[in-house]
Design a protein around this ligand. Sequence first.
Ligand SMILES: Nc1ncnc2c1ncn2[C@@H]1O[C@H](COP(=O)(O)OP(=O)(O)O)[C@@H](O)[C@H]1O
Ligand SMILES: [Mg+2]
Length: 355
Amino acid sequence: MTSSNQLDIVPSNPSDPSHGVGSVGVDLTAAYRDSNIDSLLDELDRELVGLAPVKMRIREIAALLLVARLREAKGLTTERPTLHMSFTGRPGTGKTTVALRIAKILHQLGYIRKGHLVVATRDDLVGQYVGHTAPKTKEVLKRAMGGVLFIDEAYYLYRPENERDYGPEAIEMLLQIMETQRDDLVVVLAGYQERMETFFHSNPGFHSRIAHHLDFPDYQLDELMAIGDLMLGQQQYALDADARRVFAQYLERRMHQPHFANARSVRNAIDRAKLRQANRLVRQGGTVARDELARIDAEDIRQSRVFAEEESAGRRVGGSRSDSNGHAPERDVAKGPPGTVDPPARRPADPPRSR
Ligand SMILES: Nc1ncnc2c1ncn2[C@@H]1O[C@H](COP(=O)(O)OP(=O)(O)O)[C@@H](O)[C@H]1O
Ligand SMILES: [Mg+2]
């Protein structure tokens, strides 16, 4: 189960009389270095903006797991630590992204064979007819073995209001696997915090099998800006000073509108700005300089519906009050090209999906 770059603690010398009883020290620094875990943790720090409490917890968990390995090598009793987790937070706060990183870290530390992530929702696990649920859940579990199974909006598995619901079948299977295959599968249950709490309350079996609860807070404006810069940089785009100012104004408005989905909304906004930039350049024609291809102008952002709505809302104050809906647009394409719909994220206030 160890590949060359996985943690491979050198066992103490068997001819040493103290072998196995742990009186010979282990070089923790060397073990840490050899595990290569530091580079993954640094990557996590560098490539994800904010999330300080989450990052700290992950470092703690990594330390715990490293020490557990060292204890094992020294013959000290070590139960395999429970690794199932719950990630609570609103859409776009980085839960899936962090799960991917954790899968890599657990693999690096030799706790899972493959280190891949399988994302599943209720639809992947629960069937609509008798006898459909078990094979569906089995198939997902099979794919996830040796890695991390991320169950998004896990509470949809439990729908007591539906008399003939097959969710409990999937729940049974998951609970069993989480117990018996602890050394080959790590399960992460994710979703809105309040709903997860309710879910755990009605399904204490899950709660008791989870070792680590990580909460993902909403991002602040400056963090959203930093996330935008990071994403743009990765794609070799940049905002000029004017565009930065307008982008900050955009985010400030967008944050307070319905369906705002944190970093995902930033990514969507950038995608739309790229479309507008491309359209602008094509309309403009002629020769385009390299830096023009890389630059997002203020205009590319200002054309967003988020600003259009603001203007029309402003007009309404002094004029017609016919539209009192006050709903923010789900699309941000007033003047942009088609096909740039920001898929609305569900909010805590939304009723559960009816499936
Ligand atoms: N802290 C962060 N720094 C940089 N990018 C982030 C951060 N959090 C989320 N993202 C990006 O935002 C998008 C949505 O994140 P995701 O992990 O899918 O959120 P969630 O699973 O909580 O809905 C992804 O493209 C991800 O790369
Ligand atoms: Mg997600």
